[in-house]
Ligand binder design. Structure first.
Ligand SMILES: NC(=O)c1ccc[n+]([C@@H]2O[C@H](COP(=O)([O-])OP(=O)(O)OC[C@H]3O[C@@H](n4cnc5c(N)ncnc54)[C@H](OP(=O)(O)O)[C@@H]3O)[C@@H](O)[C@H]2O)c1
Length: 326
């Protein structure tokens, strides 16, 4: 089967052997898969190995074979591949067995993927293949940050800097569906306009003076995914006693932090990482109820996955970058 792998330090397309099917497994012909910022970091995070590793955490497709003990799924069923294994219930943090697909185990950037039936979910009917292939990881991360951790309520005001990101785009849609007032930022004027179309009531420049522009707002919650370059500015616009959820760090992981300002402000801060199967199931029901679909920034065939990586690296997208696998 065709796959996109990291081999040594090289990212490339190559033929890989089809994985074997065990008793509780389903074999999926992958129709589409989604890039995440994480995929960009794997070449530097993985210890050097000549063993090819298939990248990718997100995907969706059609079941073409089932193991002898599979009970919930049949050939022909349309499914989303869970982007992780080893986290069932909604616990405060993931269990030790929690693993994201695409490192250390093989991921979804291939024509065929084999998963335990516990690690797939029925594809929501309102999503097309491109949308289904990109929803799980970003949607789950956004859902846990906005719903589980921040517990967003109707009429809360939420600030989500970085409108163009896959997770943030869904966080904007989720918070707005829950009746919150959503304010976002972007470095790009075009993306600021798009953000307003998907539910943001205001979109400011990431490089602007946030304190000045938001001086009449009472920000109850900030969802932070940009990281070190914006974290302190995000905290600075949060109301005293407000909540900041940090789930990502596209810029810097470390920076200086004024502890005194934080405890005087009586802020609450939550770290958040993806989510459990329980929340994934809730998120898929939630997007069905509110008819939410991910924005698709660009689509590339699997054979052009390297171009897709470059595209994501340059932050050109608004929303998710898709690969069509078969
Ligand atoms: N903890 C988890 O489970 C989890 C899950 C998914 C992602 N993440 C992390 O969360 C972050 C976002 O992920 P993603 O997949 O949504 O990434 P993405 O699609 O690449 O989005 C990157 C976002 O950051 C903004 N941004 C990037 N570089 C910036 C810079 N130098 N200055 C200002 N803004 C910048 C962009 O906004 P504009 O282009 O609109 O300006 C965009 O919103 C990444 O760090 C990723 O590793 C964590």
């Amino acid at each position: 089967m065709q796959a996109f792998v990291l081999e040594g330090k090289e990212l490339k397309n190559r033929i890989m052997e089809e994985p074997e099917l065990e008793a509780h497994d389903v074999k999926i012909r992958v129709k589409s898969s989604g890039l995440n910022h994480r995929d960009l970091n794997i070449p530097t995070r993985r210890k050097f190995s000549k063993e090819p590793l298939i990248l990718g955490s997100d995907g969706a497709g059609v079941i073409i074979e089932v193991g002898e003990k599979v009970s919930e799924y049949s050939v022909g069923d349309e499914v989303i591949i869970d982007p992780f294994t080893g986290w069932k219930e909604n616990t405060p943090s993931p269990p030790d067995e929690f693993e994201i697909l695409g490192m250390p185990s093989h991921g979804t950037f291939s024509e065929i993927f084999v998963a335990n039936e516990e690690n797939v979910s029925k594809k929501p009917l309102h999503l097309d293949w491109n949308e289904a292939g990109v929803i799980a990881l970003a949607g789950l991360t956004a859902y846990r940050a906005v719903v589980t951790k921040a517990n967003i309520r109707k009429n809360d005001t939420i600030f989500i800097p970085g409108a163009g990101g896959g997770v943030n785009m869904l966080a904007i849609k989720f918070a707005s569906a829950l009746g919150a007032k959503v304010i976002t930022s972007s470095r790009s004027n075009e993306k600021r306009e798009l953000a307003k179309k998907i539910g943001a009531s205001q979109a400011i420049s990431t490089h602007g003076d946030w304190k000045e522009e938001l001086k009449h707002e009472r920000i109850d919650v900030v969802i932070e995914g940009i990281g070190g370059d914006t974290f302190l500015r995000s905290l600075d616009v949060l109301k005293k006693g407000g909540t900041i959820v940090t789930y990502g760090s596209s810029t810097a992981d470390t920076f200086q932090f004024d502890l005194r300002a934080f405890f005087y402000g009586q802020y609450k801060m939550f770290g958040s990482t993806m989510g459990s199967k329980e929340e994934l199931t809730q998120m898929l029901a939630f997007i069905k109820e509110y008819n939410i679909k991910p924005e698709i920034g660009a689509v590339f065939p699997l054979k052009e996955a390297r171009h897709a990586f470059e595209y994501l690296k340059e932050s050109k997208q608004f929303g998710k970058v898709v690969l069509t696998n078969s």
